[in-house]
Ligand binder design. Sequence first.
Ligand SMILES: *[C@@H]1O[C@H](CO)[C@@H](O)[C@H](O)[C@H]1NC(C)=O
Ligand SMILES: *[C@@H]1O[C@H](CO)[C@@H](O)[C@H](O)[C@H]1NC(C)=O
Ligand SMILES: *[C@@H]1O[C@H](CO)[C@@H](O)[C@H](O)[C@H]1NC(C)=O
Ligand SMILES: *[C@@H]1O[C@H](CO)[C@@H](O)[C@H](O)[C@H]1NC(C)=O
Length: 459
Amino acid sequence: MVGLLFLILSLLKSVLCEWSTYADNTTEVLDKLLTNYRKEFRPGLGGKPLVIETDMMIRSIGQISESNMDYSFQCYFRQRWTDERLKFKIHNITEVTLNNLFLSLIWKPNTYFLNGQKSHQHNIPRPNLFVRIRNDGRVYLSRRLTVKAACPMRLGLYPMDKPVCPLVLGSYGYTTDDVLYMWKYGNNVSVELMKDVRLAQFDTIDVTTSNNTETTPFGEFSILKVYIYFERRIGFFILQIYLPCSMITCLSWVSFWINRDAAPARVLLGVTTILATAGIGMTVREGLPRVSYATALDTYLNVCIVYEMAAMIEYAAVNYFTKVLPLEGGADSDEEAEAGPQAGKPPDTEAQGVLHQTESHDNGSTEKPTISTQCAKTSFKLRTVDSCRKNRRRRRTRFGAMLLYCLTGDLKYRSALRGKGNAQAGNAVSDIDVWCRYVFPGTFLLFNISYWISYLFIF
Ligand SMILES: *[C@@H]1O[C@H](CO)[C@@H](O)[C@H](O)[C@H]1NC(C)=O
Ligand SMILES: *[C@@H]1O[C@H](CO)[C@@H](O)[C@H](O)[C@H]1NC(C)=O
Ligand SMILES: *[C@@H]1O[C@H](CO)[C@@H](O)[C@H](O)[C@H]1NC(C)=O
Ligand SMILES: *[C@@H]1O[C@H](CO)[C@@H](O)[C@H](O)[C@H]1NC(C)=O
C-alpha cells in the first residue's frame, strides 16, 4: 500500500520535474531571445521587404447603416511574418503560443484600416489575441476585432440597390521598401465568411479581395482590399411600403364611384389618401441620409402621391364642369341643345356634353344618348348636319378658353353653363368619372410594370 503510494508520488514528481524543466528551458530561451532584441526595428532591416501574409475570417456582420454610410463586422484578423531574431531551439518544442504580454515585447506591423472608423479589439475577459512563434522565427498573430468602416453607397436604386462595402488595410508608415502585404491564400479565398453570417435586411453574396500599391507623396504603400457584396432583401419594403402605398392609391380611386354630389366624402377621401402616403414616406426616409437625388422608393411614393392628387383635381374638374345645377325652370331650348353635345371628346371639353351624355345614363336610351343621334335630332328639327359639325369645330377651338375659365374659376362662364343645366344631370354620373375609372388604374398598372421591370432587371 505504502509502496504504491510512493510509486505514484515519484511518478508525479518526475512529470512535474519534466514540466518545470520545459518551462525553465523555455523561459531561459525566451529570455535569451529578447535580451538583444530591439522591437523598434523591423525584422530584416535593410534587406528585402518583409512580407506580411494576412487572412481574415468574418464571424458576423453588424449594422449596415445608410444614414452614416458605414458598416461593421467582427472578425479574426490574422497576420504572419518571419522574424529571424526569434529563432529558438528547445528540445521537442517547435511552436510556442504566447499571450499579449509577449506581444508587447516584440516588433509587430502597424497595420491599420484606411477606411476604418471606430474599430476595437475585444478585451473581455482578457485581450482576445494570441501570438505563436515557431522555432524558425515565424510569427503568427491573431486578434479578434470589431471593425467599423466607411461604406459609401449610391442610393439611387434604394431599396433595389446592391451595396458593395470595402475594407482597405495597409501599414501606417512602412512603405513598399519595408513591408509588403499579401493575402495568405491568394486572392478570393483569404477572406472567409462564417457559414452562419445572417443579416436581417441583406444577403451577403460575395467577398472578393485584391492587393494593390497606393502611391502617395510620401512613397508607395502596399495595401490590401476586401470588398463585401450585399444584396438588399426587398421583402420588407414590399410588405411595409410598396403594398400599402399602392393600396392607398387604389383607395383614392373609390372616389370615382362616389356620387359627385358627395363633396365631403370625395374630398376627405382624397386628402386622407395623400396624407397617409406622405406619412409612410416620412417614416421610410427616417433611416436614410438626406441625399439630393431621388431614390427608387422616392420615385414610387411620389408617383403614388401624384395619382392621389390627380384624383382630387379630377373631382375639382367634375365639380366645376358638370355639377351645374339648373336655374329655376331650367330652359332646354333648341339653342342649347345645339350648343350641347360633345360626348365623344375627352372629358376636359365636355362642359355641356356631359350633361347630355349623363342624361342617357339616367334615363336609359329614351333621350338623346349620343352626339350622332343628337345631331340627327337637331337635323330633324330642320337644322343642317353641317351646322352641327361647324358647332363642334368651334367647341374644339374653345377648349383652351374653357381650361382658362376653369383655372381662373370664372364665375360668369360657370353661370353661363348653369343655364344649360338639367335637373337630373346634377345627380348623374360624370363622364370624367367614367373615363377616369379606366384611365387611372390602367396607367398605374403600366407604371408599376415599367417601374419593376426597369429597377429589377435593367438598372
Ligand atoms: C533543458 O536544457 C538542457 C540544456 O540547456 C538540456 O540538457 C535538457 O535536456 C533540456 N530539457 C528539456 C526537457 O528539453
Ligand atoms: C520528444 O518527441 C518525441 C516524438 O516527437 C517523443 O518520442 C519523445 O518522447 C519526446 N520527448 C520528451 C522528453 O517528451
Ligand atoms: C478571383 O476571382 C476572379 C473573378 O471572380 C477570377 O477572375 C480570378 O481568377 C480569381 N482568382 C483566384 C486566385 O482564384
Ligand atoms: C499581388 O500579389 C501577388 C502574389 O499573390 C504578387 O505577385 C503581385 O505582385 C501583387 N500585386 C501588387 C500590386 O502588389
